[in-house]
Design a protein around this ligand. Structure first.
Ligand code: UTP
Length: 297
């Protein structure tokens, strides 16, 4: 079955970057000149996804406004003959079919994904976390997952290798059989293990391709730690039931914009890519670095 749908959970409170997220969604925090969520929607569209469902919650209206048609701005840009900017703005509201579902209480990532069930049915679908940007313009990460799904036809968790000191921050997979260079059948995964208990260095990082069976496990799922319904628990239940799940080590640079340092890094690195900001930012960083090194002496 062709993968045409994707879910972006974006209903979390974003407590790690308060107070910025007190009245605005973290998914709308700006990376250079676009909200981070737009980078994710563009990745999905560039991967061939046609329908996107965004799980929203309180204080998230700006998400809907951003992807909507904006009459006043478009008219102004037309009158001012700002063609390039007008095209950029028109592109935002026309690039995909975007639907919204509210998660009234953010009871966890699993609970957010369950909200998409009526929209997904039993089709395979991509999950892209609203606070994880993966930069790979040549081969968008959702497209990589779709290609792997088309080859193996089972649920996939997107992973990347992390350093030993970081394994305790993530869900770490236990691969049991390699299918090809980047793809492994997994047997288990462990949430935030100590390094001595980690079954590998491969962490689940913000991208999944799941088949509709996941909803059964989310519905039957218990409330996990922190009083939340966890996606990882549902995937584990699937594995226990004998369903095959594979891990795929995706290619691309990932930014976790859900924490302060990740947000800063993304702004600097995307600022160095953006042709309008690149030269000025380089100059600024050069000066700052020189001053910093001088002060070290
Ligand atoms: P996070 O756990 O990183 O988001 O969830 P959070 O809860 O907003 O983070 P902190 O710890 O309070 O800072 C990953 C993604 O899943 C969404 C979030 O919006 C984020 O994009 N999410 C999380 C939901 O949609 N609903 C939830 O109940 C939890």
């Amino acid at each position: 079955m062709k993968v045409k749908k994707a879910v972006i959970p974006a209903a979390g409170f974003g407590t790690r970057i308060l107070p910025a997220t007190k009245a605005q969604p973290k998914e709308m925090l700006v990376i250079v000149d676009k909200p981070s969520l737009q980078y994710i929607v563009e990745e999905l569209v560039d991967s061939g996804i046609e329908d996107i469902i965004i799980i929203t919650g309180r204080n998230k209206n700006s998400i809907e406004d951003h992807f909507d048609y904006s009459y006043e701005i478009e008219e102004t840009l037309k009158n001012e003959k700002k063609k390039e900017l007008l095209e950029k703005i028109q592109h935002i509201s026309s690039m995909a079919n975007i639907f919204y579902v509210r998660q009234n209480h953010p009871l966890g990532l699993g609970h957010a994904i369950l909200k998409a069930k009526p929209f997904i049915g039993d089709e395979p679908f991509v999950v892209a976390l609203g606070d994880d940007i993966v930069h790979n313009p040549e081969y968008p990460v959702a497209k990589q997952l779709i290609d792997v799904y088309n080859k193996y036809g089972v649920s996939i968790v997107g992973c990347q290798e992390v350093s030993k000191k970081d394994v305790s921050k993530y869900g770490i997979v236990k691969p049991i059989k390699s299918l090809d260079e980047n793809t492994n059948i997994i047997e288990d995964f462990i949430e935030k293990p100590a390094i001595e208990d980690a079954p590998s260095l491969f962490a689940c990082l913000g991208r999944y391709l799941l088949n509709g069976k996941i909803f059964k496990y989310l519905e039957n799922g218990k409330i996990g730690k922190d009083g939340e319904i966890q996606l990882t628990d549902a995937i584990l239940d699937m594995l226990k039931d004998g369903e095959q799940v594979i891990s795929y080590n995706f290619m691309g640079k990932r930014y976790d914009i859900g924490n302060k340092i990740g947000l800063l890094k993304a702004n600097i690195e995307f600022g160095l890519i953006n042709k309008e900001t690149r030269e000025n930012l380089k100059e600024y960083l050069r000066e700052e670095l020189q001053n910093f090194l001088k002060n070290l002496k």
